[in-house]
Structure formats: C-alpha cells, structure tokens
Ligand binder design. Structure first.
Ligand code: PMT
Length: 222
C-alpha cells in the first residue's frame, strides 16, 4: 500500500524518444527506450494521480488506467503537451526530444546515387520550455541527460527553462540512463538537492513522484 500523495492531481508526462523524418522510410532519433517515463507514469498512478502519458515511439506496454497519447515528432509532442497541460497540476518532461529536425523532409525515398549527402537541420521547439512559460503554468519538472558537468548543466537548464525541479541523469554510464532497467539521479530545486542511488526505474519513479508531491504542496501553500 502506498500513501495516495497524488490523489486528485492531474499529471502529464512526456516519455521516450522522438523521431524526426528524413524521408518516408528514414528518421533521426536517439536511444531512449521510454522506460523511465513509463515508470514515472505508473508511479504517479500508483500514488493516486490521473495520468496522461505523451509518448514517442517505443515498445513498452501502457500501464493500465493511464491515458496514452502516441506521437512521433517533437512538433507532435508539443501539440499534445499544449492540448493536455492546461488544468494539469504537474508536468514532467522525461522524453528525449530530438533537438533538431530535418528542414526539408523528402517526399520520396532518397536514392543512393551520390557518395555524400548533407541534411540541413533546424532547431525543434522546446516542449518543456513552452509549457513552463505559460502564465498559469503547472509545477514543471525537467530531466537533464548529461555526459559531463552534470550538476552544472542541470541547474542551468532549470533556470533557463523556468522549472520548479530538475532531475539530473548522468548518461555517460552504461548501467543507468538510456535503455537500462536501473537509474541513478540527483534532483535539484531552487534551494536544495537530493541524491538517489542506483535502483530499478519503477522504485526510483515512486521516490521521485513522492518528492514532487512534497514540493508541489509546499509551493501551493506559499
Ligand atoms: O527512456 P529511457 O531509456 O528509460 O532513458 C531515460 C532518459 C535517459 C531518456 C531520461 O532519464 C532523461 O534523462 N530524459 C531527458 C533526456 C533529454 O533530452 O534531456 P535534455 O537535457 O536534452 O533536455 C532537457 C529537458 O528538456 C528534458 O526534460 C527534455 O524532455 C526537455 N526537452 C528538450 C528538448 C526539447 N526540444 N523539448 C523538451 O521538452
């Protein structure tokens, strides 16, 4: 039995990678499996929340009772986030959103006539920063996947994206982070931090949602 610290709360979570089309058969993506984001969705639901999971393409089963919105590209993830975030209490961005998309997606499969081809890329919209800039923004939690200077970059992202909390994920280690069963993170907020050692992603997710619930209640009481 888990205390229902999220009872009555609406939570929107982004998870998985995004895919940015190159042509009808190819895309740019990354190694996110969706496991961390799905674990967070499951944990939030176990703790009593009503959960919308906005998921990029991945092979995981949706936990029972969770509303899943399947998307492919960053642009689609943004549209879904803008649709489902109004009236939500907490927004958690765990997705590994592609930072760039192909400027001109080819209508037909690109043929291999040339030895070299170049793709022109342009910046994708930032899903989390867009939600966190709203006037009546939800309690916003970001993730920061970093391979060096983890704490520094994570805190910088928290400030730049106007977040309430950031989960710093050192993805330079094979056994944690991308596509692993376990994870280890450090969470930062404006005047504090907490370290979570290596554990199964669902176990970690439960502890993260409990921490989020505590800070959400504290912010609301201010
Ligand atoms: O899916 P798994 O295999 O379980 O792996 C989990 C994970 C390593 C993907 C996850 O724990 C994690 O760290 N997710 C964030 C990955 C990431 O893209 O981090 P970032 O530092 O590039 O982005 C910072 C934050 O902005 C993230 O909350 C991200 O969701 C968000 N973002 C980034 C770019 C963008 N265009 N839109 C966004 O919303």
């Amino acid at each position: 039995f888990l205390p229902q610290v999220m009872a009555g709360k609406k939570v929107v979570i982004t998870a998985g990678p995004t895919q940015e089309a190159i042509d009808p058969v190819r895309y740019i993506s990354n190694h996110s499996s969706g496991k961390m984001g799905y674990a967070l969705a499951h944990a939030a639901q176990l703790l009593g929340a009503q959960v919308v999971l906005i998921s990029g393409p991945c092979a995981l089963k949706t936990p029972l009772g969770i509303t899943k919105i399947a998307v492919k590209s960053a642009q689609q993830m943004l549209q879904a986030a803008e649709r489902y975030s109004p009236n939500c209490d907490v927004f958690i961005a765990c997705a590994a959103v592609a930072d760039y998309k192909v400027s001109q997606v080819a209508d037909q499969k690109i043929k291999k006539h040339q030895h070299q081809v170049s793709l022109q890329l342009e910046r994708n919209p930032d899903v989390l920063a867009t939600i966190a800039q709203q006037i009546e923004k939800p309690f916003c939690v970001g993730f920061a996947a970093e391979t060096q200077d983890v704490a520094h970059y994570a805190k910088d992202k928290m400030q730049r994206k106007n977040l309430d909390m950031i989960v710093a994920n050192d993805v330079s280690q094979q056994n944690i982070g991308f596509n692993s069963e376990e994870n280890a993170v450090t969470v930062f907020w404006h005047n504090g931090e907490q370290n979570f050692p290596t554990m199964h992603k669902l176990q970690l997710a439960i502890q993260l949602i409990q921490l989020v619930a505590k800070h959400y209640e504290y912010k609301k009481s201010q």
